[in-house]
Design a protein around this ligand. Structure first.
Ligand code: ARG
Length: 458
């Protein structure tokens, strides 16, 4: 009854469960517009090169455009019996204009067709990701600008290490998102390449014009090798890899935001609009969005490892395995785009408890390096200074005091190089301010980073 478009060689129909299991229309219908756009380009080329008659091309064009409208309006019913978006649209076209529809598939295979659709799908969406990342970077710069002199504990091993500027901390993430942005830009370069015209795998005997179709669709290059063109999914892997690294950055940031919003840290408060309550505990204000973004990292990593596993050992050229390439990428976009937006809005609404952050640097030993540096600057070998200050820290712990609480006479028992000006060096804000080495947390250095970033973004 419903004979397949490729049914000529078959005596009996495929089993229904094969149709259901083999179909990709459930998800590749998301590429309907890409499929029609690429078909129109192919059609124009077939007419221009006289591979098909202009009159036939006109009929096909009218049919495709009608289907494009119907799809946009949501008036099209796709069916799994027609397997995928490519054959569903060809079937709709055939129903509409009759057997002349069959001329559209001249000098083309579903192998280059699916590849070109998928490239276009990714190419159309990467700029949105890049644009959102630039907005996020601008947000970070703005927040950093307001917090150059906000002092907080810097950590290593999650232990107080040395005081830093909160602006400096924010600019660290700026740099990560900047690299993410550059990776997606490079990804776009590898996606901006047309496989159309590779046909099944070997090219075609028809006098096609691949440059013409590439240009009409908006690709700046064509694949140089037809086997590579239909087999390559590097652009999809690059996207998922870039998305994974981006999400990894979010997961680190979200982890810190969740910790800092806790009672124990109390460095920040997330706005009501970006937190949620509990159904049982009336006092709760949970950092749900930070947790959910952190949680979604897992699914993006999953898509990357899934596609890497699918691609492993696949012989050239097209294999049906490749149908597994799309869902992860679709979901990848569906995950990272709102993640970037929500994260950015959450960040904009965070209020910083500057006092709590500062206080956390005054009841600890994060100024111990300052004292060691003080002695080293006065000529003591740094190793010896480190050892003396280590002893001082130990004695302070026993006495329940901090380094700056020791009277000058006590300090001088450890080294006669210590003079009263040491107390200034031990202040957290002085420790931060003085770290003006290139890329350091000193106020001037952070301002320099911010100026540089503003110039980059402009
Ligand atoms: N639905 C297929 C996919 O997503 C389209 C290409 C099928 N080509 C083929 N020769 N079976 O990969």
């Amino acid at each position: 009854t419903n004979k397949k478009l490729w049914g000529g060689r078959f005596q009996t129909p495929t089993s229904q469960e094969v149709d259901q299991f083999g179909a990709s229309i459930y998800f590749d219908q998301l590429m309907a517009d890409e499929d029609i756009t690429c078909s129109l380009a192919h059609l124009h080329m077939l007419a221009k090169t006289n591979i098909i008659d202009q009159a036939d091309a006109d009929q096909i064009e009218a049919g495709l455009k009608q289907i494009q409208k119907d799809v946009a309006a949501g008036n099209v019913k796709f069916s799994y019996e027609n397997e995928d978006i490519h054959m569903n649209i060809e079937k709709l076209l055939t129903d509409q204009i009759g057997p002349v529809a069959g001329k559209l598939h001249t000098a083309r295979s579903r192998n280059d067709q699916v590849a070109v659709d998928f490239h276009l799908y990714v190419k159309r969406r990467l700029p949105q990701v890049i644009d959102l990342l630039k907005q996020l970077m601008a947000t970070l710069v703005e927040l950093a600008d307001q917090n150059v002199e906000t002092i907080m504990p810097g950590y290593t091993h999650l232990q107080h290490a040395q005081p830093i500027s909160y602006g400096h901390y924010l600019m660290a993430y700026y740099q990560m998102f900047k690299r993410d942005c550059e990776r997606f830009e490079f990804n776009l370069h590898h996606t901006d390449m047309s496989p159309l015209g590779a046909a099944a795998l070997a090219g075609t005997t028809f006098p096609i014009d691949r440059e013409m179709t590439a240009k009409e669709i908006g690709f700046s290059q064509v694949y140089a090798n037809s086997l590579d063109a239909v087999s390559d999914r590097d652009f999809a892997l690059e996207f998922l890899s870039n998305a994974s690294i981006l999400m990894m950055h979010f997961s680190r940031f979200c982890e810190e935001i969740s910790m800092w919003a806790s009672y124990e840290f109390n460095y920040i408060e997330i706005s009501d609009a970006y937190t949620t309550g509990s159904s049982i505990m009336p006092q709760k204000k949970n950092p749900d969005m930070a947790e959910l973004i952190r949680g979604k990292v897992g699914r993006v990593y999953g898509h990357l490892t899934g596609l890497l596993a699918t691609m492993k050992s696949l012989p050239l050229a097209y294999n049906k395995d490749l149908q597994e390439d799309k869902e992860g990428v679709f979901d990848g976009f569906k995950t990272i785009i709102p993640s970037i937006k929500i994260f950015m809005h959450m960040l904009q609404g965070i209020s910083v408890n500057k006092d709590k952050m500062y206080q956390a640097t005054t009841h600890d030993f994060s100024n111990a390096t300052e004292l060691a540096d003080y002695l080293a600057a006065k000529g003591m070998p740094f190793r010896q200074a480190h050892s003396i200050v280590g002893q001082m820290v130990y004695d302070c712990i026993v006495k329940h005091v901090n380094l700056q609480d020791l009277p000058i006479e006590t300090m001088q028992e450890y080294s006669d190089l210590i003079e009263p000006d040491v107390y200034n060096d031990l202040k957290p804000e002085v420790a931060v301010q003085r770290r003006t080495s290139l890329g350091g947390t000193g106020f001037e250095s952070v301002k320099h980073q911010i100026e540089q970033a503003k110039a980059d973004l402009a």
